[in-house]
Design a protein around this ligand. Structure first.
Ligand SMILES: C[S@@+](CC[C@H](N)C(=O)[O-])C[C@H]1O[C@@H](n2cnc3c(N)ncnc32)[C@H](O)[C@@H]1O
Length: 265
C-alpha cells in the first residue's frame, strides 16, 4: 500500500538532511529517556511507530527495561539486523490504525471505494502488562499512507469532506486509544507547520493534526487544547527543520512544531 516505500524514503531523507534533522531526533530521544527514567516500573516498554529507529534510544531503553517491544506496521531488514544485538528487544508488526486490510480488500475488489474504515481506538489487546507506552512521531503519520492510497481507487463514492474528517479521525482515535491504556504514556508529535521566507518571517501557519480550512490559525491550537482537556502534560517543545529551503521550495523553509506530552496511568 505504500508503507514500506514511506519507511525507505524517510531513511533516505534523514540521511540527506542529517544536519537539519539531528536536533529534532536528539530532542525526541531525550524526551523519551526523561519519561523512561522517571517511570518506577521498568518491566515492559512498548514503542508505537519505532520505524527505522531514527529517534528511538534503543540501547538505553534496552538497558533500562526488562523488555522492549517495538511496534510498527513494517520493520525493514536493516532495522531487524540492528536489533539482533539486543536480546530483550522484540518487534511487533501491526497496523495500529487497523484499516489497511479493509482498504486493500476494497481495492482488490474492482478498485471501488465503498466505505472508509474506522481507525482503531483501543489498543488494550496489545498492551497487557506494559509499564510505559510511547507514541513516537507517529500521530500525524497514521493517516498519511491511507489518504495517498485513496488516489489509486478508480471509483470513490465518498465526499471530499468525509475524507477530510476521516483523516482527522486517525489522530483522535490514536489519542483515545492511548487515553484508554492503564499505564503511563508519552506522545512525541508534530502538530503545527510553519512556512518561513528567506528572512525567517512566518508566511503560513497550519495545523498538522486538524486541517479545518476555515479556521487555519485556530486549528493549530485546537490540538494543544484537546491534549490539555484529556489530561496530557506538555513537558517539552521544539522546532524541526523538516524541509529546509531548497528541499520543497527554493526560497521557503518548512518547520514543524513538535511537542512531547506525558500522562500517567
Ligand atoms: C515519521 S515515522 C516516525 C519515525 C520513526 N520513529 C523512526 O525512527 O523511523 C512514522 C512511523 O509510523 C509508522 N506507521 C505509520 N502508520 C502506521 C500504522 N498504521 N501502524 C503502525 N505503524 C505505522 C511508519 O511505518 C513509520 O515508521
Amino acid at each position: 500500500m505504500g508503507y514500506l516505500h514511506e519507511l525507505i524514503s524517510i531513511s533516505h531523507k534523514a540521511k540527506r538532511l542529517e544536519r537539519h534533522w539531528r536536533p529534532h531526533l536528539n530532542r525526541t530521544r531525550q524526551a523519551i529517556l526523561r519519561i523512561a527514567n522517571s517511570t518506577p516500573n521498568k518491566d515492559t516498554i512498548i514503542v508505537f511507530g519505532s520505524g527505522v529507529l531514527l529517534d528511538a534510544p534503543i540501547e538505553e531503553l534496552s538497558n533500562m527495561f526488562k523488555k522492549v517491544i517495538l511496534l510498527d506496521i513494517y520493520h525493514t531488514r536493516d532495522t531487524l539486523k540492528k536489533l539482533i544485538q539486543y536480546k530483550n528487544v522484540t518487534v511487533l508488526p501491526r497496523d495500529l490504525s487497523g484499516i489497511a486490510e479493509a482498504l486493500w480488500e476494497q481495492y482488490k475488489d474492482g478498485k471501488k471505494l465503498r466505505y472508509l474504515p474506522e481507525p482503531l481506538s483501543t489498543y488494550n489487546s496489545l498492551t497487557k502488562n506494559v509499564s510505559l507506552a510511547v507514541s513516537l512521531n507517529l500521530l500525524t503519520q497514521l493517516s498519511f499512507v491511507p489518504t495517498v492510497f485513496l488516489s489509486r481507487f478508480k471509483k470513490i463514492s465518498i465526499t471530499q469532506e468525509a475524507i477530510s474528517c476521516w483523516k482527522e479521525s486517525f489522530c483522535t482515535a490514536h489519542i483515545k486509544a492511548l487515553n484508554g491504556l492503564d499505564c503511563p504514556k508519552c506522545i512525541v508529535t508534530d502538530h503545527e507547520s510553519l512556512c518561513k521566507d528567506f528572512s525567517g518571517r512566518i508566511i503560513a501557519r497550519n495545523s498538522t493534526v486538524f486541517e479545518d480550512a476555515n479556521h487555519i490559525s485556530e486549528s493549530a491550537d485546537i490540538f494543544l487544547q484537546l491534549m490539555e482537556k484529556n489530561g496530557w502534560r506538555r513537558f517539552d517543545c521544539w522546532q524541526w527543520d523538516i524541509n529546509p529551503a531548497g528541499e520543497k521550495s527554493k526560497d521557503m523553509a518548512e518547520q514543524l512544531t513538535v511537542s512531547a506530552f506525558y500522562k500517567c496511568g
